[in-house]
Design a protein around this ligand. Structure first.
Ligand code: 7TS
Length: 410
């Protein structure tokens, strides 16, 4: 039972139709929330309602539906602004997801304000989407990528981070919560240290936004990225938050409709923020659906979500450590509800297959964080990543199945 007063997980679960599904005749135990979260009925209804009754392109038509769609698109932007505490809705850019947001900043900021020899500092626990775009920039314009190391618990070693933050560093890009380890990074301190040297900071918030309250003004990050689909929203929609002063100075990412104010063959004048970065017809339904997802999350409250998920994390950690031969990968003091582990000689994919037959959905592999696997000298991990609709009983189911795995591999 949760200690969280008035927390009714069964009531919450009823809002998510998929959680009542069965897999191989067993109740679905969905523990792959870091990959994508499930969607509440309200979000599903929003999408169905939009396509069945409201569909029209935005910013174009002068007819009723188009005006309505435009209004709902704008309202959703405003919701995102409130949700993350941005100063203005002009600072909210809709993109496809975290990956696109990171690429946008690497290209538009990087190619304009960085030059050969400048250093970009990241950490050893980044998702590939916060590594590869910088490597592409290194190939393109000759910047250097620096990587701050992590310790055996999977925590960023702050002393080394400070040492690496030299005068050559012109940009810092760090993950807020590691998807492979669960580590919560001290992003506020990182931003403070970088700003003291005049270095802008981007935060990859893909694994943070659905699990902990966020206030970008308080954090003072210059850029923040997240994906709607990890926040109960649709796939194909995400957010890049950027401080106006940076976004205004940056060139557009793509050219096309909506991002211009006027076009002649001689000269094009770009549109104002945020439209300058939103070329072409956007994912309108996705944006509106994301707005509903945010309403839903706010109706429960991220403080309560975080408190409950921390209870699940403590419980899951304790129970998993009782499984013979199980080693947790990622034991940071400050962790989000992600349980990554190896189990004796069993390969992660075999574990995943055995669990799948019990209806338990987890992820096995490198989690798009191969350098983390290299750091811990493992080919892959098995990962259970929790959300606020998971239960203690589901953790028991996972643990019981893992005990069975140990029998199979004995
Ligand atoms: N950054 C982090 C920290 C992530 O966890 C992910 C996705 C991304 C960026 C990319 O997000 P996308 O929505 O653009 O794909 N992480 C995972 C995961 O852990 N399992 O599947 C996707």
């Amino acid at each position: 039972m949760s200690q969280e007063a008035g927390w009714d997980v069964e009531k919450i679960r009823r809002d998510f139709p998929i959680l009542g599904e069965k897999v191989y005749g067993k109740p679905l135990t969905y523990l792959d929330n870091a990959a994508t979260t499930q969607k509440p009925q309200a979000v599903i209804d929003t999408l169905a309602q939009y396509y069945s009754k409201e569909n029209a392109n935005i910013h174009r038509g002068i007819f009723c539906l188009s005006e309505q769609a435009t209004k709902r698109y704008k309202t959703a932007r405003h919701k995102v602004q409130g949700f993350i505490g941005a100063a203005s809705d002009k600072e909210i850019i809709f993109v496809r997801g975290t990956t696109e947001a990171l690429n946008l900043v690497a290209q538009c900021y990087g190619r304009t304000f960085l030059k050969a020899g400048d250093e970009v500092l990241i950490t050893h626990m980044e998702h590939h989407s916060n590594i590869v775009p910088w490597q592409m920039l290194a190939e393109g314009i000759g910047i250097k990528l620096k990587v701050a190391p992590i310790n055996d618990q999977g925590e960023l070693i702050m002393e080394d981070f400070k040492k690496l933050l030299s005068d050559k560093v012109k940009f810092v890009s760090v993950v807020h919560v590691s998807n492979a380890l669960g580590t919560v990074n001290p992003v506020k301190e990182i931003i403070h240290l970088a700003h003291a040297k005049g270095i802008p900071v981007m935060v990859d918030g893909a694994q943070a936004v659905a699990h902990t309250p966020l206030d970008v003004k308080d954090l003072d990050c210059d850029f923040y990225a997240f994906s709607g689909h990890k926040l109960l929203g649709p796939t194909g929609i995400g957010v890049l938050y950027g401080k106006k002063e940076f976004l205004e100075k940056m060139p557009p990412y793509q050219g096309g409709g909506d991002m211009i104010r006027s076009v002649t063959f001689e000269k094009t004048v770009y549109n104002d923020l945020p439209y300058k970065f939103e070329a072409g017809t956007p994912h309108i339904a996705g944006v509106i659906g994301l707005g509903t997802a945010i309403d839903y999350i706010q109706s429960i409250g991220l403080e309560r979500i975080e408190a409950y998920e921390q209870e699940l994390l403590s419980y899951g950690t304790e129970k998993l450590l009782q499984v013979p031969g199980l080693r947790l990968i990622g034991t940071a003091r400050h962790k989000s509800a992600i349980l990554s582990f190896v189990l004796g000689e069993a390969h992660a994919h075999d574990i995943g297959t055995i669990l799948d037959r019990q209806g338990i959905a987890i992820r096995a592999g490198h989690h798009c964080a191969m350098p983390v696997m290299q750091r811990f000298n493992v080919p892959a991990t098995t990962r259970a990543s929790l959300a606020f609709y998971n239960t203690f009983e589901e953790i028991d189911r996972l643990v019981a199945a893992l005990h069975e795995v140990t029998e199979v591999f004995r």
